[in-house]
Every structure is written in C-alpha cells, then in structure tokens.
Design a protein around this ligand. Structure first.
Ligand SMILES: NC(=O)c1ccc[n+]([C@@H]2O[C@H](COP(=O)([O-])OP(=O)(O)OC[C@H]3O[C@@H](n4cnc5c(N)ncnc54)[C@H](OP(=O)(O)O)[C@@H]3O)[C@@H](O)[C@H]2O)c1
Length: 230
C-alpha cells in the first residue's frame, strides 16, 4: 500500500490522537475526526500536508453522512480506524434509558452508520479496524459501573466479525482490537485510583502498525491487546 488514506475517529485526544500522529509519521494521508475542532487543528498542525481535520459529532447521523462525502472527496479510503467512544460509569440500577441510548448511539450506531456510508468509497484490500475494549471481550474480567459501556463495546466485536464475512468477496478485511488499560482521560474516569501500564503513545504506535499491515495476517478476528485487566 503506498501512502494509504486512513480515516480515524476519536482523533482529538488519547489513543486516537497518538495513532493519527504515528500514521502521519509513516507517510499516510490521515483524515481525522472528533467533535473538538480546536484539538483537531492542533493535531493537523503537526503535519498539515498529511493530516486533515474533519470535525463531526458521530452521534448525529446526518453529520456522519456529510463527513463520509467530504473524506472520500480526498480520495478512496484504504483504512478506517473507528476509535471514538463515549463512556458512562454508573451502577446498573442507576443507569437510565437515556444513558443506555447515549452509549448505544455513539458506541454502536456510529460504527454502523460510519461503515455503511464509507464502504462504497473503500477499495479492495482495505481494512476496517474497530477499537473495542477488554470490557466487551467475552470471558474477560468485568467491573462494576461499566455495564452500559462494556455491553456496547461487546456488540462491536460481533459487528466486526459479521462484516468480515460479508466483505470477504470485496477483499475488505474487518478486525476488532479489544484494548486493555491505556493511560487516557477515559481511563482516568473509569479507574481514577489506578495507573495504566500502557501509554497512549505506545498503543497509538501499535494500532498504526496494525491498521496498515494487520489485514495481511488477520481477518474477522477479535484480538485482545492487553497486558492485564485494569
Ligand atoms: N483508555 C483505555 O484504557 C481504553 C481501554 C479499552 C478500550 N479503549 C477504547 O479506546 C478508544 C479510545 O479511548 P481513549 O481512552 O483514547 O478515550 P478518550 O481519551 O476519551 O478519547 C475519546 C475520543 O472519542 C471522541 N468522541 C467521543 N464522542 C464523540 C462523538 N460523539 N463524536 C465524535 N467523536 C467523539 C473524543 O473526541 P471529542 O470529545 O473531541 O469528540 C475523543 O477523541 C475508545 O474506543 C475506548 O473505548 C480505551
């Protein structure tokens, strides 16, 4: 793949920001998405020839459709890294319907709509990388307060496997990376007393590499990427 065009969501901070930066260092054309336009502009300023910011709220279906038209006008997309996610920490009996719908919209429906809108603009040998969580990995340790987050992340693993089957004939691979603890704002919200054993820069480095090369070795896989559970 020469100078792949990579669409990455959740690129304004944390793991997504570091992944986008790594991809630009590897010569990729990066289309970076999140709501925070200022943070995306700062990301873009690191490598303006390669990184282009596309501010969008992925919980809004019309913004996803518009985003995919704009990103594809830059050229066909080789890799999508869908990394954006929302997070709510509340015990199950305190979670309201609105809490559940909020996370279903951003953690599940945003992926459904993003992939549906961008797939017509993807070439054979391209790669969908869904960023999941160890919380949504079947059989992993579970934590109090994370039922809505972990359930929506679990749904993504199945979606990723199903897409691998349906897209096989088009030569498009689909893999899900279930991340363990990484030191970011989201981790601090989930586990304020703890220190994660992995930095967002190290995880960004790994995801960048996997996004470019992983489809040569994996398809339809749900892969734990974790030193330990938090
Ligand atoms: N950190 C960990 O320990 C850990 C563990 C397992 C899995 N993960 C997964 O790794 C991914 C990245 O997590 P992180 O820790 O880096 O989280 P983070 O620092 O909270 O970053 C989340 C990203 O998602 C974006 N986002 C959230 N809602 C959005 C919306 N409605 N529209 C567009 N973008 C939105 C945020 O940007 P804006 O606020 O600017 O929109 C931000 O760029 C997530 O999928 C998370 O579930 C993280």
């Amino acid at each position: 793949m020469s100078e792949p065009h990579i669409l990455i969501t959740g690129a304004s901070k944390g793991i997504g920001y570091q992944t986008a930066l790594e991809l630009s260092k590897r010569g990729c054309m990066v289309s970076a998405v999140a709501r925070s336009a200022d943070r995306l502009e700062e990301l873009e300023s690191n490598s303006p020839d390669q990184i282009k910011a596309y501010p969008a709220d992925l919980s809004k279906p019309e913004q996803i459709a518009d985003l995919c038209v704009k990103v594809s006008s830059r050229g066909p997309v080789d890799v999508v890294i869908h990394n954006a996610a929302g997070f709510i920490s509340k015990r199950f009996e305190e979670l309201t319907d609105d809490d559940w719908y909020e996370l279903i919209e951003i953690n599940l429906m945003a992926s459904v709509r993003l992939y549906r809108n961008i797939l017509p603009h993807m070439k054979p040998e391209s790669h969908l990388v869904t960023v999941g969580s160890m919380g949504g990995y079947m059989g992993s340790a579970k934590f109090g307060g994370l039922s809505a987050y972990s359930t929506t992340k679990g749904a993504l693993t199945t979606l990723s496997e199903c897409l691998a089957v349906e897209l096989k004939d088009r030569g498009i691979s689909s893999n899900c990376l279930c991340l363990g603890a990484v030191q970011t704002e989201m981790f601090e919200m989930a586990f304020p007393e703890q220190q994660a054993p992995v930095s967002s820069a190290d995880m960004g480095n790994f995801i960048a590499d996997f996004a470019i090369n992983g489809q040569k070795l994996f398809n339809g896989k749900v892969l734990p990427v974790a030193l330990r559970d938090p």
